[in-house]
Write a protein that binds this ligand. Structure first.
Ligand SMILES: O=P(O)(O)O[C@H]1O[C@H](CO)[C@@H](O)[C@H]1O
Ligand SMILES: O=c1cc[nH]c(=O)[nH]1
Length: 256
């Protein structure tokens, strides 16, 4: 049933069927249960060079073909895929991965920090995301926030504690507009409890809820938006942090 609204984005349709279903265009193939989606392309490239990955599929689009890899962690098979920046592309990629047979996901990416005391590389476990993007409204009825799956949160927490890795469990702000993170919006999101800003979490939480698959996400503290000026903090070139985070996510994924 379609709800009426003057704003198109709030016209929620509870009909689960769409004209174009991912399952009608994606062939279900034998894939591992779990998959890590990472936004760190250099980590994937390194693993590829060192022969750790086998390509088992592709997610094609008009502009880029994303390879779907399989790797092994502690002898267990697990998928590894490079993410699509932004909520809409991430939602479509997740749909395709689910249609191809994966049903458990750990996502890792970076995020801008809204609080100065979060060091570069510090891990943040988002339990909820503010839906300041568009795609989640096509999946889940309008609400200000969307929660991450509590079982995924528990599994991630257990391994972070077991590995004695410090982390902050907090809310994240998912935006579509990286260049519209204004002072007033940042202040408002901080007042709502957000410690990070990124562009995908709400979309991942919405699609995984809609398709009933397990998904959790880990972010690391990147650039800093808490001061007068934006501080890049060289967050993208933190090779060790990013490599370690992907390996940690592979470990969590095989234990999900
Ligand atoms: O790409 P990752 O590292 O996830 O992090 C962030 O950086 C990108 C924007 O530059 C967005 O994807 C945002 O979520
Ligand atoms: O979405 C994002 C990601 C990193 N840094 C930002 O300012 N925004």
């Amino acid at each position: 049933m379609l709800k009426e609204s003057i704003f198109p984005i709030l016209e929620f349709d509870s009909n689960k069927q769409a004209k174009l279903q991912p399952s009608s265009i994606i062939q279900k193939t034998p894939v591992p249960n779990a998959c890590v989606i990472t936004f760190f392309k250099e980590v994937i490239n390194k693993k590829l060079e060192s022969g750790e990955l086998e390509q088992i599929g592709t997610s094609p689009s008009e502009t880029v073909d994303i390879p779907i890899y399989e790797t092994k962690y502690n002898g267990c098979h697990v998928g590894l895929v490079g993410g699509f920046v932004g909520a809409a592309g991430s939602a479509a990629l997740l749909e395709e991965l689910i249609a191809s047979g994966f049903n458990k996901f750990i996502v890792c990416g970076g995020a801008g920090v809204l609080k100065k005391d979060i060091q570069v590389g510090h891990l943040v476990l988002p339990y909820s995301a503010i839906r300041d993007e568009g795609v989640s409204y096509h999946y889940i009825e309008p609400s200000r926030e969307i929660e991450c799956n509590p079982d995924a949160i528990m599994a991630i927490e257990r391994i972070l504690n077991q590995e004695k890795i410090p982390f902050i469990k907090a809310k994240t702000w998912t935006t579509d507009a990286i260049f519209r993170e204004t002072e007033a919006k940042i202040a408002k999101r901080v007042a709502e409890g957000c410690v990070t800003v990124e562009m995908e979490a709400a979309a991942f939480f919405a699609v995984s809820k809609f398709r009933n698959v397990l998904l959790g996400q880990i972010l690391y503290g990147g650039d800093d938006l808490s001061g007068i000026e934006w501080n890049n903090r060289s967050w993208i070139s933190r090779e060790k942090i990013r490599t370690n985070l992907v390996d940690l996510c592979l470990k969590i994924a095989v234990e999900l």
